[in-house]
Design a protein around this ligand. Structure first.
Ligand code: AMP
Ligand code: MG
Length: 421
């Protein structure tokens, strides 16, 4: 028979904060990073602060979209397979050249893709419609007016807004900015995140492992997760459960951190060194959040710059879920994002589920979208509820999110699903 302690633990307890309250408390204390002017490629992945207008036209001049011959329409109007038109070639214009002569009657100019068209040009005849001749060319087909000419400004005209404030700078945006001649832009910089795992039992991958030891998966997993959330992430290997080493390491790392994430050492056990050390500082609050996994959470600020710090639980699944639910939104907020949540959909749950009363439950799951793209997808929980189960975590592409008051879900019922990546 469960005792009183177990009963309280099972139901969640009154002193626990809800997930929503904990998250909103965090987001209130996280501000977007100050804008920074960066070189184009350094700005890749960041959010644009100001809208960008083109200072000139794109293309900047009328140019050919084909390798061929620049012609006047009247000269080639009668061209056909049977009766080719023969024209004198008076210029040869490569990309980067400046045309030397205007086209007069009965003349044409050989021209390459991207080269400026000479004055008098009314169309381009692709080389495939000719015998490719020099110094005269035989043309067997007439182009229509303007055909194969890319007009100045037909892509972007001077003064036009090409990117809105808040746009994420991806590869296409980098290309456009380069095309309009921008070398630097103002963006919200990517937050620099230091990830630090704690635990004397932890061994880095690639090192021999002894009795009682396990691999440090959290620092790798969360570094990758922070990168996926747009951060520049620095992975610090594991720190042993030693207060002095921990505080020294955090102090050393603060210089390069806009945000610090630790894992482990926040439960109620002996040697839970993160809680022990940071509680003393008084700027980091430790508490229980009504969720499973991920109940013990800490958040606050540290150091002279009041750098935000998250102390996540050590169990890998708890650390992963905590990152998704609390740290990722904070990182997006620092980058100036409007939306900090993962997309959420409703889906049909393939199996019956139970969930503790009073705790929001996050279950690793595989989501399959509806086959025809309309209606509801299905979701299958993967693995058990143990927060040490990394094997199943790697098969998940979603988290089923069950509200705190839900204790059971019937097979085939509708649930809310957070889509990861
Ligand atoms: P803790 O929160 O430090 O009590 O750790 C809870 C559980 O998570 C223990 O079984 C730890 O061994 C495990 N754990 C803690 N940190 C890590 C880590 N970085 N990688 C993998 N497992 C960890
Ligand atoms: Mg530990």
């Amino acid at each position: 028979m469960p005792g009183l302690v177990e009963a309280v633990r099972e139901r969640g307890d009154a002193r626990m904060k809800s997930v929503e309250d904990h998250l909103s408390g965090i987001l209130e204390r996280i501000a977007p990073l100050a804008p920074l002017e960066l070189q184009l490629l350094d700005a890749h992945g960041s959010l644009l602060v100001d809208e960008v207008a083109a200072t000139g036209d794109l293309p900047p001049f009328d140019n050919s979209s084909m390798d061929g011959y620049a012609v006047r329409l009247a000269d080639v109007a009668d061209a056909g397979e049977q009766y080719p038109v023969v024209l004198e070639v008076v210029d040869d214009i490569a990309a980067g050249d400046t045309p030397k002569v205007a086209l007069g009657s009965g003349t044409c100019a050989r021209i390459m893709t991207g080269a400026p068209v000479p004055e008098g040009t009314e169309a381009i005849v692709p080389v495939e419609w000719t015998d490719a001749g020099l110094p005269t060319v035989r043309i067997t087909k007439a182009p229509s007016s303007g055909q194969f000419i890319r007009r100045r400004g037909d892509d972007v005209s001077a003064g036009q807004t090409v990117l809105d404030a808040g746009t994420t700078i991806g590869s296409a945006q980098v290309g456009l900015l380069a095309a309009i001649g921008r070398e630097r832009i103002r963006v919200r910089p990517r937050p620099r995140v230091v990830i630090l795992s704690t635990g004397s039992e932890l061994i880095q991958p690639g090192r021999p492992i002894g009795p009682g030891q396990i691999r440090d998966s959290n620092s790798y997993m969360l570094t990758a997760a922070a990168r996926e959330a747009g951060a520049i992430a620095y992975r610090v290997g594991n720190v042993p459960d030693d207060p002095k080493v921990l505080i020294d390491t955090i102090e050393d790392q603060l210089i390069r951190a806009d945000l610090v994430v630790t894992t482990g050492g926040v439960s109620a056990g002996a040697y839970d060194v993160v809680k022990e050390v940071l509680s003393e500082l008084g700027t980091v609050e430790f508490g229980k959040v009504a969720m499973q996994p991920g109940m013990p959470q800490g958040f606050g600020v540290i150091g002279p710059d009041e750098t935000p710090i998250f102390t996540l639980p050590g169990n890998p699944v708890s650390a992963f879920v905590s990152f998704e639910v609390f740290v990722r939104p904070a990182l997006l907020r620092m980058q100036g994002a409007e939306v900090t949540e993962r997309p959420t959909v409703r889906a049909t749950c393939s199996t019956a589920l139970t969930s503790p009363d009073g705790k929001r439950q996050f279950l690793r799951a595989r989501y399959t979208p509806p086959a025809d793209g309309v209606g509801e997808g299905t979701v299958d929980p993967v693995g058990g509820i143990g927060s040490h189960l990394l094997g199943s975590l790697a098969r998940a592409n979603a988290l089923i999110s069950l509200p705190a008051e839900v204790t059971a879900v019937a097979e085939g019922a509708e649930v809310s699903v957070m889509l990861l990546g």
